[in-house]
Design a protein around this ligand. Structure first.
Ligand SMILES: Cc1cc2nc3c(=O)[nH]c(=O)nc-3n(C[C@H](O)[C@H](O)[C@H](O)COP(=O)(O)OP(=O)(O)OC[C@H]3O[C@@H](n4cnc5c(N)ncnc54)[C@H](O)[C@@H]3O)c2cc1C
Length: 294
């Protein structure tokens, strides 16, 4: 590492981590799994004098459901997520996103909190959590803020996280009947590759197969993972059938061409986005069928 870290603290609980953040402010960086931060430090992109290691805090590693609200602790690793019973059935798209990340060694260390706070355009947990309309709970010594994840991520590797704040947990409503979530990712030929394109689709429909609500989020289709608001507006209130899906695919192609104009990935992604969308959509619809049968 180019510049020497002066102090590394191992925080055993959230309160200790928050006190340390309050004391050291912008001098300090949170270290969770270290799979992004250590690389950035080795490359000399960041050189924090103080590291606050939160990887052994138990309270932030919990994954639980209470009154239909799921709370996903920020230090839960991808292995924790992949194996958790809550993500084995209706929300299996979240386990699928976790399973698609890196290698088993990376998944054992890397955390969901690190993925969100690092906010890479290709961060794989962002699309499914954006599609679930998740909220992030940010804690500092003096206050707690709860923000929509869609507002928390503001650009490429940019978030609204303050220097004295810790992402404590992510919160979202579990699915009920007539709702489904799907996730699809392209670009995993090399198991260690970062996603080249990913998409998550949340759907709610009524008994006549009308689209009551939809949330679509893409990864690596611009500067940051994002909700596809125009497509969502277009789908809402319409009958879910193949002609609608074809129209949506065309819309996605058009917006990809605009968004990636001038980039050499545009020609590939304008077509790829349609297949990735269709896969995520089919998975969301399958989720609904599975529930009907169970
Ligand atoms: C070989 C390899 C393959 C990879 N493959 C993928 C992939 O396929 N898909 C993918 O999305 N990513 C991939 N990654 C990236 C990485 O593993 C993830 O982004 C991971 O989730 C980061 O989590 P972490 O716990 O390691 O974060 P860290 O590296 O510890 O931290 C990352 C950043 O977030 C901050 N931070 C971490 N936790 C918190 C918190 N609770 N509150 C406030 N700030 C916090 C840190 O200060 C730092 O700035 C890969 C990385 C490697 C090295």
């Amino acid at each position: 590492m180019r510049d020497l870290v002066q102090n590394v603290y191992q925080a055993k609980d959230t309160e200790t981590a928050l006190n340390l953040l309050n004391q050291h402010q912008s001098e300090a960086k949170i270290l969770a799994g270290g799979t992004d931060l250590i690389i950035q430090m080795r490359e000399g992109n960041v050189s924090p004098p103080v590291l606050i290691d939160i990887s052994s805090i138990h309270e932030t590693r919990e994954i639980k459901e209470q009154s239909n609200t799921i709370e996903l602790g920020s230090t839960a690793t991808f292995t924790d997520i992949e194996k958790h019973i809550l993500f084995n059935h209706c929300l299996s798209a979240i386990a699928k996103a976790a399973r698609s990340i890196g290698s088993p060694q990376i998944r054992n260390r890397a955390t969901v909190g690190g993925n969100l706070c690092n906010a890479s355009p290709a961060a794989d947990m962002l699309p499914p959590l954006l599609a679930m309309d998740a909220m992030v709970v940010l804690k500092s010594k003096h206050q707690t803020r709860v923000l929509p994840l869609s507002e928390f991520v503001t650009g490429k590797e940019q978030t609204l996280l303050q220097v004295d704040e810790l992402l404590e947990k992510i919160r979202f409503q579990n699915l009920t009947s007539n709702e489904g979530l799907g996730f699809s990712k392209l670009g995993i030929r090399n198991a260690l590759a970062i996603a080249r394109l990913s998409m998550a689709v949340y759907l709610e429909w009524d008994e006549n197969h009308m689209c009551k609500n939809v949330r679509i989020a893409s990864g690596a289709l611009g500067l940051n993972a994002q909700r596809e608001w125009d497509v969502e507006r277009f789908m809402k209130g319409k009958h879910l059938n193949n002609s609608l899906f074809a129209e949506v695919a065309a819309l996605l192609e058009e917006s990809t061409m605009k968004r990636l104009a001038g980039r050499n990935t545009m020609n590939f992604k304008r077509y790829a986005v349609q297949g990735v969308f269709k896969q995520a959509l089919d998975e969301a619809l399958e989720g609904m069928d599975r529930r009907k049968d169970s």
